[in-house]
Design a protein around this ligand. Structure first.
Ligand SMILES: NC(=O)c1ccc[n+]([C@@H]2O[C@H](COP(=O)([O-])OP(=O)(O)OC[C@H]3O[C@@H](n4cnc5c(N)ncnc54)[C@H](O)[C@@H]3O)[C@@H](O)[C@H]2O)c1
Length: 346
C-alpha cells in the first residue's frame, strides 16, 4: 500500500475530495507514488474522503486551498477532480507551478476558451497530462483498440455507440462516449451533425449544466461524427431508454462489440464476408471498485513522466471531444445542420 516513505516515489496531491477520493486511492495503491496531500474547499468532504479512498484517516496532509497545497508541497503530480466548469484554473496553476504530471477529470472543460488555455499551458510548460476518460484505461476497451490497430478488422469503417438511461447527458456522461469514439477512430473529427432528444430542441449553444449533476440541464443527443480518416460514428443517446452503454466497431472484415463488462469479436475471412464469432477475444471490463480503474491511468502517467510514454487519454483528444459536444449544440441550434471542425476561435 502507498504512503510509505521512499525518496524515489513521485509525490502526488489531489484537488477535490469526492470523485477525487478515487484518485487518492489510485496513488495510494501504485508503487510509483507517495500520496502526500488532498485538498477540498469543504472540510466535511475531506472527513468523508478517507473511507471512500480506503486510506487511513489523517495519513496524508489536508488543505482547503489548492494554491496553498501547491506552494507548500513539492508535488510531482496533481489530480484535478473539481466540478466540470472549474478545471482550467487548477490545471493551469499546477502546470505553471512546475508539476511534472496532471491527471484531470473529464470533461476537459465546458467551453473552448478554457480548453485552449489548458492545452496551450501544458504544452508550453511541457507538463505531462492525461484526462480521466476512464474507458481509455479499461482492459476490454484497450484490447479493442489494439485489435483495430493490428488490422484485425481490415481497418475501421463505422462506429455505433449507445448511451442510455436517465444519465444520458451529452456533457456530463456523454463526454466519456464521445471521447471513446475518438479513441477508436484514431483520427481528428472533421464534421458533426446532431439532433437532441425531445424537450431539448431549444437548448442553445452554451452548455448550461454547471456542476454537471442535473440531467434536466444536459441533453441526450443523436450525434453523427465524421473523422478525417473516413471513419463515421453515430452516438445514440436519450433518456427514457434502458441504462446501458455499448460501442460497436465495424471494419471491412470484422466487428468488435464492447460494453462495460464484456467484449465480443467477429471476424470474416474476406472484406464484406460472413462474420464468425471469435471466442478467443475475451477481456474484462471495469473492475468492481471504481478506484481500481484509475490505477492503470496513474501508472501510465508515471511512465509518461519517467520514460516519455504516450498518454492513452491526452488533453488534445479531450479538447476534440469538447469541440464535438459544442458542435452538437451548434448543429441542433442551426436546425440540425453540418458543423465543421475545428470550431472557429474568436
Ligand atoms: N471518470 C468518471 O467516471 C467520473 C465519475 C464522477 C465524476 N467525475 C468527474 O469528477 C469531477 C468531480 O466530480 P464530483 O462528482 O466529485 O463533483 P462534486 O461537485 O460532487 O465535488 C467536487 C468537489 O470539489 C471541491 N472543490 C471545488 N472547487 C474547489 C477548489 N477550487 N479547490 C478545492 N476543492 C474544490 C468541492 O468542494 C467538492 O467537494 C467532475 O469533473 C466530474 O465530471 C468523473
Amino acid at each position: 500500500m502507498g504512503n510509505i516513505n521512499s525518496g524515489n516515489k513521485l509525490k502526488a496531491g489531489v484537488i477535490g475530495g469526492r470523485q477525487g477520493a478515487s484518485h487518492a486511492y489510485a496513488y495510494a495503491n501504485s508503487e510509483e507514488y507517495e500520496l502526500v496531500s488532498v485538498c477540498d474547499l469543504k472540510s466535511e468532504v475531506i472527513d468523508e474522503m478517507w473511507e471512500k479512498a480506503r486510506i487511513e484517516k489523517g495519513s496524508v496532509r489536508t488543505y482547503g486551498d489548492y494554491r496553498d497545497m501547491i506552494d507548500t508541497e513539492d508535488l510531482d503530480v496533481v489530480s484535478v477532480s473539481v466540478p466540470d466548469h472549474v478545471h482550467a484554473d487548477p490545471v493551469c496553476d499546477a502546470s505553471n507551478a512546475g508539476v511534472k504530471g496532471i491527471f484531470c477529470e473529464k470533461p476537459l472543460t465546458i467551453n473552448l476558451e478554457d480548453g485552449d488555455r489548458i492545452v496551450e499551458t501544458v504544452q508550453k510548460n511541457g507538463t505531462k497530462m492525461s484526462v480521466d476518460h476512464t474507458r481509455s484505461f479499461v482492459p476490454n476497451y484497450r484490447a479493442g483498440r489494439e485489435s483495430i490497430r493490428n488490422g484485425d478488422l481490415g481497418g475501421l469503417t463505422r462506429i455505433v455507440a449507445h448511451m442510455g438511461g436517465h444519465r444520458s447527458m451529452l456533457f456530463r456522461n456523454g463526454t466519456h462516449t464521445v471521447d471513446l469514439i475518438s479513441y477508436f477512430a484514431d483520427s481528428r473529427p472533421k464534421w458533426v451533425i446532431a439532433a437532441h432528444e425531445q424537450g431539448f430542441e431549444d437548448y442553445g449553444t452554451v452548455y448550461k449544466g454547471e456542476g454537471g449533476k442535473d440531467p434536466a440541464l444536459d441533453p441526450g443527443s443523436t450525434v453523427i461524427i465524421e473523422y478525417e480518416n473516413g471513419v463515421r460514428a453515430i452516438l445514440n443517446s436519450a433518456k427514457l431508454t434502458p441504462a446501458f452503454h455499448e460501442i460497436d466497431l465495424i471494419g471491412p472484415s470484422g466487428r468488435i462489440l464492447l460494453d462495460d463488462k464484456t467484449s465480443k469479436r467477429w471476424l470474416a475471412d474476406k472484406p464484406e464476408g460472413e462474420l464468425k464469432e471469435d471466442p478467443s477475444f475475451n477481456y474484462p471490463g471495469y473492475p468492481d471498485f471504481f478506484g481500481d480503474a484509475l490505477i492503470p491511468a496513474v501508472k501510465e502517467l508515471a511512465e509518461m513522466i519517467l520514460d516519455n510514454a504516450v498518454s492513452s487519454s491526452p488533453p488534445e483528444r479531450a479538447r476534440d471531444t469538447l469541440e464535438i459536444m459544442l458542435a452538437a449544440l451548434i448543429s441542433q441550434d442551426q436546425g440540425n445542420t453540418r458543423v465543421s471542425l475545428p470550431l472557429p476561435r474568436n
